[in-house]
Write a protein that binds this ligand. Structure first.
Ligand code: SAM
Ligand code: SF4
Length: 343
């Protein structure tokens, strides 16, 4: 049974409500929230939105006010890190205000974001000034033509310049996400490694996941996490000892490289046992798993005065969080593509 939360918070708010800690029926505790602020995306990555963004709802995305309300209650329940994601979060005009608002919610220590990077060069300064601590930029190829084939956009040069600017401005944590794809970029494996020899970036290799929209593509392009792992070990990369609550990536280091590697293997045994994250979609639904069903609508509770009802609804929902996803048996739940939920 989960206990009232000892938030460990300083006395910033005497009499702050003592909600229950976020713990599911499998004794997993949650300190990390992934918040999608839009499902719109301007790219058309061929494994995610091959036909580009298609508007499927008349509902508006969660507002700045609703974001403040929901994150405040989740912070009082033990969330200390929020990742802003999408769709493409930088299509939202109020992104700087969103970062600033989340960063100033008591209890939130880290504000991170995942982006395709198309506005990185232009906006990294304002994002950092607003309080952004960590950034993941998705770059699936270092070859401009392959990058364009995968994403539909000839923007690699600008995105790489944006990365340099982020480093120059002293960003605390900068990671690059690359989904390895058999027919497109797996032959760039060595090139990716060479790139981080002298570049202090943490590169995340993400194993392609099947969604209900990409089944054929998945079977043609999936590279197994074990295969990537073997290639890393052959090249002298050493896996770091995993810390408790370390998140989903297996971390690798190499004495000759400034950068590091994180390998995300959602198909590996026990991937879900260390799950420390919850997701809220841009329509305000709480998703207990990236590959679960429908999601619990929190929007009716996102009004001043309904905080404890929101907290109760989340507690009840959490008890239904499944122990694991069923991706191994090709069950992708209701997830058509990851732009719906932000990965
Ligand atoms: N648009 C932003 C971006 O691309 O970084 C944020 C949203 S995107 C859904 C978040 C991450 O999910 C990206 O790194 C993307 O490469 C990854 N992703 C999308 N679909 C995927 C899939 N089917 N399997 C594995 N990773 C996927
Ligand atoms: Fe857009 Fe990100 Fe999906 Fe690419 S991976 S289509 S950038 S949401």
């Amino acid at each position: 049974m989960n206990k009232p939360l000892d938030t460990g918070l300083p006395s910033w708010e005497p009499g702050a409500p003592s909600y229950l800690a976020l713990q599911d029926g499998h004794q997993r505790q949650f300190s990390y929230l992934r918040l999608s602020i839009t499902d719109v995306c301007n790219f058309s990555c061929n494994y995610c939105l091959p036909d580009g963004y298609q508007c499927e709802t008349k509902q508006t995305p969660i507002s700045l006010k609703e974001i403040k309300q929901v994150v405040t209650v989740f912070a009082q329940k033990g969330i200390n890190k929020v990742r802003i994601t999408g769709g493409e979060p930088s299509v939202r005009k109020d992104l700087v205000e969103i970062i600033h608002t989340i960063k100033n919610i008591p209890g939130i220590q880290t504000v991170a974001m995942t982006t395709n990077g198309y506005k990185l060069g232009e906006y990294i300064g304002p994002w950092l000034d607003a309080g952004l601590d960590a950034l993941n930029v998705s770059i699936d190829s270092l070859d401009p033509r392959v990058f364009e084939t995968i994403t539909g956009h000839n923007r690699l040069k600008e995105i790489m310049a944006g990365l340099d600017k982020a480093l120059e401005l002293g960003i605390k944590t900068l990671k690059v996400n690359a989904v390895l794809l058999k027919s497109y970029n797996f032959n760039e494996f060595e090139r990716f490694l060479n790139w981080i020899k002298d570049t202090p970036i943490s590169l995340r290799f993400i194993e392609l996941m099947e969604t209900s929209d990409n089944r054929e593509y998945f079977h043609a392009n999936h590279v197994s996490g074990e295969e990537i792992q073997q290639r890393l070990e052959k090249s002298g990369w050493i896996q770091k000892v995993r810390k408790k609550n370390a998140g989903p990536a297996n971390e690798y280091l190499h004495p000759d490289y400034q950068g590091s590697i994180g390998l995300i293997m959602p198909y590996s045994k026990d991937f879900c046992t260390t799950c420390n994250r919850l997701r809220i979609s841009s329509l305000g639904k709480l998703h207990l798993c990236l590959f679960g069903e429908g999601g619990l609508d929190l929007r009716p509770y996102l009004m001043p005065g309904l905080e404890s009802l929101l907290s109760d609804a989340v507690d009840k929902g959490l008890q239904t969080k499944p122990e694991t996803h069923y991706l191994q048996s090709n069950n992708t739940g209701t997830t058509r593509h990851l732009a719906m939920l932000g990965g």
